[in-house]
Design a protein around this ligand. Structure first.
Ligand code: C5P
Length: 233
């Protein structure tokens, strides 16, 4: 029966230092509308009926998590203090930590802690579009700008055709065993899809939108605040 009724779990890697924000505080804990930035996406993931548990992968020495109140998110939220030196290491550590809870064909949704504007419809669409897929896939948006390849002095070497180019977002949703094997063999990947691609698989792109932005630089925090405020109203 298990093969026909896979369960859904979320893993949120949040063991990064967020050095590009220049704030001295890991970006998952920066204040956004009075809450830690990570709280917003966790609230959405914990509210999706299909998702059994939401695992947050924190660094081993994270002292900040317990300073905040997460009780409003319910008992589906589980912190794991096992993060690694890269994002992929953190996700893999999370997958290993939950091995005894999950079945090989269960779905794992990996979502960046740094994407606080995740909306319920993003997750619903991902789950609905991929439910019957063998491999899985990810939220993404078509590239709108003209893209330039440059040398190290910022002189343009050429224009990259943007047809068929997409920007990858998260969540990215794959079967537990496929994702774990792919990450165990992958080198230097910055998302889960790249690991599956390196294994010769073809994840599906599910149309998201630009509101699911990743907070990387200080301006992004203002944009995220604007998006969340306008969504609330
Ligand atoms: O640094 P970047 O924005 O690419 O990080 C993407 C996500 O990966 C963030 O949620 C960050 O906390 C997480 N990460 C992690 N472990 C690391 C590095 C990044 O969980 N060692």
């Amino acid at each position: 029966m298990q093969a026909f009724h896979p369960r859904y779990y979320a893993i949120v890697p949040a063991a990064g230092s967020g050095s590009r924000m220049g704030s001295g505080q890991p970006k998952q804990y920066l204040a956004l509308l009075g809450k830690p930035l990570i709280h917003h996406a966790l609230q959405v993931l914990c509210g999706v009926a299909e998702i059994e548990k939401v695992f947050v992968v924190l660094s081993v020495d994270d002292a900040e998590w317990r300073r905040h109140d997460w009780s409003g998110l319910g008992d589906r939220l589980v912190p794991l203090f096992c993060g690694g030196t890269t994002r992929a290491d953190s996700v893999l550590a999370g997958l290993r930590a939950i091995a005894s809870l999950v079945q090989p064909t269960d779905w794992i949704l990996v979502h960046d802690a740094a994407r606080p504007c995740l909306a319920e419809w993003h997750v619903d669409r991902l789950i609905r579009d991929l439910a019957q897929d063998e491999v899985g896939g990810l939220l993404a948006v078509p590239v709108a700008d003209t893209l330039k390849r440059a040398d190290e002095h910022r002189h343009v070497l050429g224009t990259v055709a943007r047809d068929c180019l997409w920007q990858a977002q998260t969540p990215q949703m794959f079967r537990y065993v496929m994702l774990r094997r792919a990450l165990e063999s992958a080198q230097h990947v910055t998302d889960e899809s790249s690991a599956l691609e390196a294994a010769g698989l073809h994840p599906k792109l599910v149309l998201g939108d630009a509101t699911n932005l990743k907070v990387t630089y200080p301006l992004d925090l203002h944009l995220a605040e604007w998006i969340l405020r306008n969504r609330e109203e």
